[in-house]
Ligand binder design. Sequence first.
Ligand code: PSV
Ligand code: MN
Length: 424
Amino acid sequence: MEIEKYQIAAHNQQQGNEQKHRFGFAASEHPQIENIIDQLIKFQIGIPSWALGTGGTRFGRFSGGGEPRSLEEKIEDIGLLHQLNQCSGAVSLHIPWDTTQDYEAIKKLAKHHGLRFDAMNSNTFQDQPNQAYSYKFGSLQHTNKAVRKQAIEHNIEVIRQGVALGSEALTVWLADGSCFPGQLNFRKAFQNTLESLEEIYAALPAQWKIFVEYKAFEPNFYSTTVGDWGQSLLYANKLGPKAYTLVDLGHHLPNANIEQIVSLLLMEGKLGGFHFNDSKYGDDDLTAGSMKPYQLFLIFNELVEGMDAKGIDHATGLGWMIDASHNVKDPLEDLLQSVEAIMLAYAQALLVDRKALVIAQQENDVARCQEVLQQAFRTDVRAIVQEARIRSGGAAKPIQLYRELKVRENLIAERGMKTIAIGL
Ligand code: PSV
Ligand code: MN
């Protein structure tokens, strides 16, 4: 299914003058509004290919039907999102789940939907059928060189597939670690992982980056070999200039100050990319901004400040991707909500009065610092984000139009009720 331009135009027409009034008010309040709109229009969020189906837990999975059955259908779904909001213009693939035989056809299809390929993800956390060695006790860290070699080769194969599709980054997330004290020699595990990553790094084409994603725990519950940003940064520094840290918002121990992590990684020139999601307890993979919208804003506040300080382009400087799972919502509606929350946080961060904040910080005027930040956070920027979306050809109210056009019902009619998207 595809949404036609005239359907979006008719929907936008129907919204009447409400948006004009709301945006007019925002414009009168913020003289820099056109600049903010330009930045919002350029900002694109990568959609993970593995988040288009219903997620589940180890206790069960309740599919809503119409899930994409192939890579082509996953791209079609992301195309629908992008038609609706015009800011989901990238896709992040996971190999081998998304391996294709026809790269040219996939590239053409993505182009048709206005999508580019963001970071490719390797998978050495699951065993694949016909695989010679098991990853039960790790992959790049494994005590057996042959297992490490197999995992290295898989990552190099992912780079090869990414090159064929026009991607320019590889994200490595390792489940490697240990479940019990004494199981692992930490230093040996680190060294093995580093040596393996060095071999993968050596296979990166000139323009490519490698993102080392960290995670505190799960599936291993005693130690994780890339367990936090410090360990990821160690690897990235040792590997070289093409290596960066990737921050997944759900991968920290409770109450970690993620905005401070982001700020320091940017300072070190080592922040490469993001996996957006939200959480209450652990790696819950919930809709971005659904639990802690203030935290999301504070992260964007550091991003904007830190990127501007370094002259990094907001839209292209980092890999902006979602990594979420949807147990009870329609995956496409959930992704629309995540993208919207990210855009709102970005817009609010662009509104922060930086000069006033610098002065207040310099003067140790703590109350004023909070006032400056919360002035931006408490601003209703929905009309600004909506205006940017409408100007770039998207729908004023993406979820409303999605429902009016009965997109899910159409997908179920096309694909059936019992389809299962390949992924987790
Ligand atoms: C691991 O929890 C993770 O965040 C990594 O990014 C994986 O690639 C992704 O989820 C899907 O399993
Ligand atoms: Mn992730």
